[in-house]
Design a protein around this ligand. Structure first.
Ligand SMILES: C[S@@+](CC[C@H](N)C(=O)[O-])C[C@H]1O[C@@H](n2cnc3c(N)ncnc32)[C@H](O)[C@@H]1O
Length: 294
């Protein structure tokens, strides 16, 4: 069956707003959603949803309805994608990514890391997190900055995907890390990547939706919590994140569009967690929060 790309075109801010309007529904349906720049000189961007042929009409109708209030004249366009093995193809095409001291690469680029860099090899397979997305790169950079400033004795990577952030924490010397994901396939991929990077002894893995597992109380409270999920679920989980944070601990959040930054900061300020620093990458923000104001 062919894969279809449904997309709308607009400026960067239009496309970020479209992502915001579509994100929660697409996440519930498990449909990949992406925004990308088409022409820098004209500020032309596209927000795309990838869908199977059989679901095109239903998904197009939902997209149109969700976008109508802000973009009454927008047309959802269609592209039929050629039948290729997208996982292998996308991994082949990926270049190593550098974020702070980290370099993330696939097996075809093993020789790429410089002696001063912290190397992470990722075979993403079906899980999110090759380092190429602005949210992952933002988290990697923020982890590097925080680890330089203080020692963390334990950490939680909530929504671990490929395991890239948990492995980065282990590369920074942490040896008591809990990595969880709602998706059991992601947990399996993350576990494999952790073995590949020889960090398995430092990371415990668990399949869990949010904080619904006894393991969080057993392993916590955490001096550092990293969560690269979307803005809406993060805001819902703000009380649980605050409850599982050790006194004086730090929280790194991403998966947040620049336009959602204030809403997320407000939700976490309500739990006594304050903004310390923001990194901006490709329309996304990565936030560092802590219970200390300075
Ligand atoms: C954007 S990916 C981030 C992956 C990786 N941490 C990174 O930074 O590249 C978000 C991950 O969070 C997981 N996720 C989404 N909602 C979750 C929830 N409520 N509890 C735990 N994991 C969740 C998804 O399955 C996905 O693997």
């Amino acid at each position: 069956m062919s894969q279809i790309r449904l997309f709308i075109r607009g400026s960067e801010s239009d496309c970020n707003l479209a992502m915001d309007l579509l994100a929660d529904w697409m996440e519930e349906e498990g449909l990949p959603l992406a925004t990308m720049e088409v022409d820098e000189t004209q500020d032309l961007w596209e927000t795309s949803v990838y869908v199977n042929e059989a679901d095109v009409d239903d998904v197009r109708a939902v997209m149109q309805a969700r976008l109508e209030s802000e973009f009454p004249d927008s047309v959802v366009e269609t592209e039929i994608l050629p039948d290729v093995d997208w996982v292998s193809r996308s991994l082949e095409g990926l270049k190593p990514v550098r974020a702070g001291r980290f370099v993330v690469f696939g097996s075809h680029d093993r020789a790429t890391a410089q002696p001063h860099e912290l190397a992470i090899e990722i075979e993403a397979g079906q899980a999110f997190g090759t380092g190429h997305h602005g949210t992952t790169a933002g988290c990697l950079e923020m982890i590097g900055r925080l680890a330089k400033a203080r020692h963390f004795s334990n950490a939680l990577d909530l929504g671990t995907g490929s395991g890239v952030l948990a492995i980065a924490l282990a590369r920074q010397g942490l040896c008591d890390i809990l990595a969880t994901d709602i998706d059991p396939v992601a947990v399996e991929v993350a576990r494999r990547n952790s073995k590949l990077n020889e960090t398995a002894s430092a990371i415990a893995f668990e399949t869990a939706a949010g904080f619904h597992s006894a393991i969080f109380d057993r392993k916590g409270p955490f001096e550092l919590i990293v969560a690269n999920i979307l803005a809406r679920p993060l805001m819902k989980m703000a009380p649980s994140i605050a409850r599982h944070l050790a006194p004086g601990g730090s929280v790194v959040l991403s998966g947040i569009l620049a336009s959602q930054r204030w809403k997320v900061l407000a939700a976490f300020a309500g739990q006594g967690l304050y903004h310390r620093h923001t990194l901006w990458r490709g329309g996304w923000v990565t936030l560092h929060l802590s219970a200390n104001r300075s």
